[in-house]
Design a protein around this ligand. Structure first.
Ligand SMILES: Cc1cc2nc3c(=O)[nH]c(=O)nc-3n(C[C@H](O)[C@H](O)[C@H](O)COP(=O)(O)OP(=O)(O)OC[C@H]3O[C@@H](n4cnc5c(N)ncnc54)[C@H](O)[C@@H]3O)c2cc1C
Length: 265
């Protein structure tokens, strides 16, 4: 039996280059090129490696603006067989709950699946909530912070999940959602041939109307979001501070004072 794998892909701005609009508290997405969230590349690579061993079919699923088509084409170049973009003005401004609700509705519309893979977090929103919320909406188990896929077969998958104080080896039967860390693998680069093939492939676009029967539109987008962000504050960047003391004793006394002030001694 070949596995049906859904990979959640979010398009994010290149975080090294993006600017933040302090006035509105929003990311100025026009200030930087967009790309697949780096952790989602690990999720996709994991899916491709499973498919290579067991056979299977990979669907890349994203919710985002029309521009996100380019990231889904990239996902197809990297091994996804099919790509679906959930795009509608009604979906815009969603918080994590409304995002996961809409993604889960699309997965219900897709129908059968064995495995859902996602990144542990995104580099822009960075909440690390969407994967677990999707699993809850679908009423399936999830395993987070997976640093290694130890084993898998047609019925179940064994993964190593990193928690604060321990790592857990967990065997779980499908269907399951797995959220991966960067340690799980090293995503390969698509070849030129793959890129050219993907450029010609079609990305399916599903609007709100296409999710009819699977979604209550009162629960999507900004108006369906229970979270209300009042203010976003960007922390000031702090750099290392250095001091030079020409007198050793004065220097030692100062170091001790700093350590005492910070309750380190
Ligand atoms: C009130 C409110 C308003 C907001 N308004 C906006 C807005 O106008 N515009 C905006 O861009 N953001 C907005 N956001 C942020 C938005 O909620 C998050 O970008 C989104 O919910 C995803 O959360 P995250 O990036 O923290 O994902 P995480 O939980 O950190 O992501 C974990 C994994 O889930 C998957 N995933 C996450 N998001 C998606 C997605 N969209 N499609 C497919 N897979 C996904 C990926 O695999 C990812 O690695 C708003 C948030 C709030 C609270």
């Amino acid at each position: 039996m070949a596995l049906k794998i859904i990979v959640l892909i979010k398009q994010v701005p290149d975080i090294e280059k993006v600017r933040f609009d302090v006035e509105t508290g929003r990311i100025d997405r026009s200030s930087a090129p967009a790309e697949i969230n780096p952790f989602d590349l690990n999720a996709l690579e994991a899916a491709v490696q499973i498919k290579e061993k067991l056979g299977g079919y990979i669907i890349a699923l994203s919710m985002g603006p029309p521009q996100a088509v380019s990231s889904l084409k990239d996902a197809m170049a990297r091994g996804a067989d099919e790509a679906i973009l959930l795009e509608d003005k009604k979906f815009a401004g969603a918080d994590t709950w409304a995002t996961s609700y809409t993604l889960a509705a699309a997965i219900k519309k897709i129908g059968s699946y064995d495995l859902i893979l996602c990144g542990e977090k995104t580099v822009d929103g960075d909440t690390g909530q969407v994967g677990a919320e999707v699993a809850e909406q679908l009423n399936i188990p999830h395993v987070y912070y997976v640093s290694k896929i130890a084993d898998f077969n047609e019925k179940n998958i064994t993964v190593i999940s990193e928690m604060d104080d321990a790592s857990y080896t967990i065997e779980v039967a499908y269907p399951v959602l797995i959220s991966v860390t960067k340690d799980v693998n090293k995503p390969r680069l698509p070849t030129l041939k793959d890129k050219l093939r993907a450029m010609k492939s079609e990305v399916k676009v599903w609007h709100a109307v296409d999710l009819e029967g699977f979604v209550d539109l009162n629960h999507v987008g900004y108006f369906g979001s229970p979270t209300n962000v009042h203010k976003v504050v960007i922390p000031q960047e702090r750099y290392r501070e250095g001091k030079i003391f020409k007198n050793v004793e004065e220097g030692l006394e100062n170091i001790l004072n700093v350590l005492r002030d910070r309750r380190l001694i």
